[in-house]
Design a binder for this molecule. Structure first.
Ligand code: AMP
Length: 184
């Protein structure tokens, strides 16, 4: 069970869980948000393009995002497995990911949904204090999640593992590991 995708609304704790889980599962953590933030920090052309969308809480265009992920998945450390965090964010990206993996005779093993109530989400995001965590941008990201990303739960229904995302980090990662165990 080594090719895993984490899905959940902004503030569900995907990033934190992804770090803990990639250690437990011994696979690289691939976060498109982190990849974009590295590009922004290094002021690369891709970063300059992505920043406009990130600052507005919008999705970076699929063409840019897909190519960045394709390159990352071609790196040797991703061959034995990976934990994807923040990609795909819509069903078009999911189709693209399916093609990328199929080209290497691979497929996703499981999709983990981290479930957290709306109230908890806003509370967590405001506490995080990232530069794209102003209230307007948070609201827009939640809306984008509902409209664009939530359909992935249906898309991946046959490999979906839903986990309660409320609790201590270790407690939640244990639920995920247990969920993966019952899935295989
Ligand atoms: P995250 O760190 O996952 O919350 O992502 C931060 C921002 O990066 C998002 O609000 C989007 O602007 C952008 N982003 C991250 N992943 C994707 C993706 N798969 N597709 C498009 N934009 C993305």
């Amino acid at each position: 069970m080594t090719r895993v995708l984490l899905v959940g609304p902004p503030g569900a704790g995907k990033g934190t869980q992804a770090v803990a889980l990639s250690e437990r599962l011994a696979v690289p953590h691939i976060s498109t948000g982190d990849l974009f933030r590295t590009h922004v920090g290094n002021e690369t052309p891709l970063g300059q393009e992505a920043k406009r969308y990130m600052d507005a809480g919008e999705l970076v265009p699929d063409s840019v995002t897909n190519e960045m992920v394709r390159e990352r998945l071609e790196e040797p450390d991703a061959k034995a497995g990976f934990l994807l965090d923040g990609f795909p964010r819509n069903t078009k990206q999911a189709d693209e990911l399916g093609d990328m993996l199929a080209a290497q005779n691979m497929q996703l093993d499981a999709v983990i949904e981290l479930k957290v109530s709306e109230d908890q989400l806003v509370e967590r995001l405001l506490a995080r204090g990232r530069s794209d965590d102003t209230e307007d941008v948070i609201r827009r990201r939640q809306q984008v999640y509902r409209e664009e990303t939530a359909p992935l739960l249906e898309y991946y229904a046959n490999i979906l593992v839903t986990v309660d995302g409320v609790g201590e980090v270790d407690e939640v990662s244990q639920r995920v590991v247990d969920g993966l165990g019952t899935q295989s």
